[in-house]
Design a protein around this ligand. Structure first.
Ligand code: PLP
Length: 377
């Protein structure tokens, strides 16, 4: 039999479980024939900053030109804000873009990346696509168990990724726990502090009187094996533009620069990012409403007898008494898209993004109906 190209797709790509995205709003509306609200992908329910929209408009006539490959202006602005050098910042098309570059730079067959079970779904993908293995440590109380993560490290480990707060459980560990962990990890292993939900977590931590993170101190102190990941996709409302960055060691970033696709941060993304970080009022409104929304939602889970985990981010993890895919489908029929956690291997787990007050009410209405339907069956 004649072989085809497909016969030569290597085994580690053949067996890759690709990313299963949250359902796109328009697709869900077409399927259900009703107007829907999407609370599935931890996006900003208040939209992008109006300043970012204006910046996008102004950048539009320039998109015939390739972007500034170094995103100089945005890098400079971020460097000033974080009190680090521009060379300590690496911008990419989302923090996902950076995770991919990182894996392709440091991983390969025979090597591994360590993280926790029930963490961000893209970690296994970027690791395995690089031909390496993902080692997951068990959780404790729905949270990262940093002792277990440490214990999972072996001589083939090159990267450890810590999602803080964790997606999908919304739990966090504090700055002292991070410090104790980093102090033990050998310096040839890259520790990635994924702080995608930084703004939300900072707000919750202040409410609770705890210190969420001192991650940027490692960058300022030139701790070469620590990278801090931040994104514009969450509190800044630019998920659709794909913009994220890492803060870390300039020498390592030189290697990342060789691996990355040129021009991966578009003209429009850089302009919108600059405007979005300057619109502090929009971020404040987003995090304040998020905390109020989470506090408003939590009692309803208890009322319905559902276990929900208190969040440090912009989503809530909860468990139901049935298959999560079936539950999510019935929620969709009620006009609300939530995330089934079956792709994470959690058969009865759901993640819902905190919405605007109207969206939260719609969610609770649908939740009550769907849970009661399940009980009545
Ligand atoms: C923990 C975590 N890291 C990274 C990302 C990806 O963010 P980005 O849109 O910047 O690629 C997400 C998105 O959901 C996330 O939850």
């Amino acid at each position: 039999m004649k072989k085809t190209v497909l016969d030569f797709v290597p085994p580690h790509i053949r067996t890759l479980a690709g990313y299963v995205a949250g359902k796109a709003l328009r697709q869900a509306q077409r399927e259900s024939g009703v107007t829907m609200v999407k609370m599935a992908s931890n996006e900003n329910p208040y939209g992008p900053s109006p300043l970012a929209i204006e910046a996008i408009r102004q950048a539009a006539p320039l998109v015939n030109l390739y972007p500034d490959n170094d995103a100089t202006e945005l890098r400079q602005e971020l460097a000033t804000r974080h009190q680090i050098a521009p060379e300590q910042i690496f911008l990419a098309d989302g923090s996902l873009g950076l995770l991919d570059i990182m894996s392709r730079t440091l991983l390969g067959p025979g090597l591994n990346c360590v993280t926790s079970e029930r963490s961000f779904i893209s970690y296994p993908i970027v690791t395995r696509a690089a031909g390496a293995e993902l080692v997951t440590a068990p959780m404790r109380n729905d949270a990262y168990d940093l002792d277990a993560v440490y214990a999972a490290i072996n001589e083939n480990t090159r990267i450890v990724i810590l999602a803080n707060p964790n997606n999908p459980t919304g739990t966090m560990f504090d700055a002292d726990a991070t410090e104790a962990f980093i102090a033990r990890v050998p310096e040839h292993i890259l520790v990635v502090l994924d702080e995608a939900y930084y703004d939300f977590a900072t707000y919750f931590a202040a409410q609770r009187g705890v210190t969420y993170t001192r991650a940027m101190d490692y960058v300022r102190g030139k701790r070469a094996n620590v990278i801090v990941l931040r994104t514009f996709s969450k509190a800044h409302g630019l998920a659709g533009l794909r913009l994220g960055y890492g803060c870390g060691d300039p020498e390592l970033f030189n290697y990342f620069g060789k691996v990355r696709n040129a021009f991966s941060v578009s003209v429009v993304s850089e302009a919108a990012g600059l405007a979005a970080i300057r619109d502090e009022a929009h971020v404040r409104k987003t995090v304040e409403n998020n905390a109020a929304g989470a506090a408003w939602l939590m009692p309803y889970f208890a009322e319905l007898g559902l276990r929900a985990v208190p969040t440090n981010a912009n989503f809530i993890y909860f468990e139901i008494d049935e298959d999560a895919n079936a539950f999510a489908k019935r929620m969709q029929l009620e006009g609300v898209i939530v995330r089934s956690l079956v792709p994470w291997g959690i058969r009865n787990g759901i993640r819902v993004t905190v919405g605007t007050p109207d969206q939260n009410e719609m969610f609770v209405r649908a939740l009550k109906k769907v849970v009661r339907q399940a009980v009545a069956k």
